[in-house]
Design a protein around this ligand. Structure first.
Ligand SMILES: [Zn+2]
Length: 259
């Protein structure tokens, strides 16, 4: 069975010391493809880490993440447009709105500028949210027809059945990660249990979001299998069958890039 980690920050310093071993372990657990979101111009410009990554196929996105709001310059939008031009299949992300970090106005301006680029280049978006799903939906809903068939993914989805439906109705994928391994995440577990299986993708968000039982430790892409196992238990569906469908979903999300 092949696994596709749809969201992993393997280029972060947390993996500087042993990235090669981490990737080998992930591959042994079935991870064959891995999406690395773009978060800043600076980090996207450094490509040395890719040498540590065979035999896993890496797919890179380009975006300006709200966490790094103070680092982003207005000229980075132009840089992003150049990257999208240069890499004809790259998705836009990780982008979004976060209610817990500063300068919401600048976040909003950068987010909408990046959505405009996604529309102009007809690329899917990888969305970061924290208590901002209504705002993200408000921006994206009217643009639905201008985005690709799979318009993107709501990374680390958390929320109710109704919220999940809002996204899947628009064609978005829901990013399923470590959250479903915590029994206290009742609402999200229920939403993921009931969601259309053709709208689910797996993600670790490594080095963040450790699974239940691994709190305080660095998360790793090999845990993609642990997420799939938890999902299989939650949905009471056979792991192999689930794995195959989700692999296909993820290839649809990053479709043109992986052909
Ligand atoms: Zn992320």
């Amino acid at each position: 069975m092949k696994l596709f980690d749809s969201h992993c920050h393997i280029n972060f310093d947390a993996f500087q010391r042993d990235r090669e071993a981490v990737m080998q372990q992930a591959e042994q657990q079935g991870v064959k493809r891995l999406f690395v979101p773009g978060v800043t111009r600076q980090l996207s410009s450094d490509k040395d880490w890719i040498n540590d990554c065979p035999p896993v196929e890496i797919i890179e996105g380009y975006g300006l993440h709200p966490y790094f709001i103070d680092e982003h310059q207005a000229s980075d939008i132009e840089w992003l447009a150049q990257q999208l031009d240069k890499f004809p299949h790259a998705v836009v992300g990780e982008i979004g709105l976060d209610s817990q970090v500063g300068n919401y106005q600048k976040q909003y301006e950068l987010f909408t500028a990046q959505v405009d680029l996604a529309v102009a280049f007809k690329r899917a978006v990888v969305l970061h949210h924290r208590k901002t799903q209504p705002e993200l939906l408000r921006v994206l809903k009217p643009l639905r027809d201008k985005l690709p068939e799979v318009p993107g993914v709501i990374h680390a989805f958390s929320g109710s059945v109704e919220q999940a439906n809002e996204w899947t109705k628009l064609g978005f994928m829901l990013g399923v990660g470590g959250t479903i391994t915590y029994s206290r995440a009742n609402k999200t577990r229920q939403a993921i249990q009931q969601a259309d299986i053709h709208h689910l993708v797996l993600e670790t968000d490594a080095p963040d979001m450790p699974l239940n039982g691994y709190q305080g430790q660095r998360n790793e892409p090999a845990q993609c299998f642990g997420v799939l196992k938890a999902l299989s238990e939650l949905r009471e569906e056979p792991i192999e069958q689930l794995g195959d469908i989700i692999w296909n979903n993820t290839c649809r999300l990053f479709e043109q890039f992986t052909q």
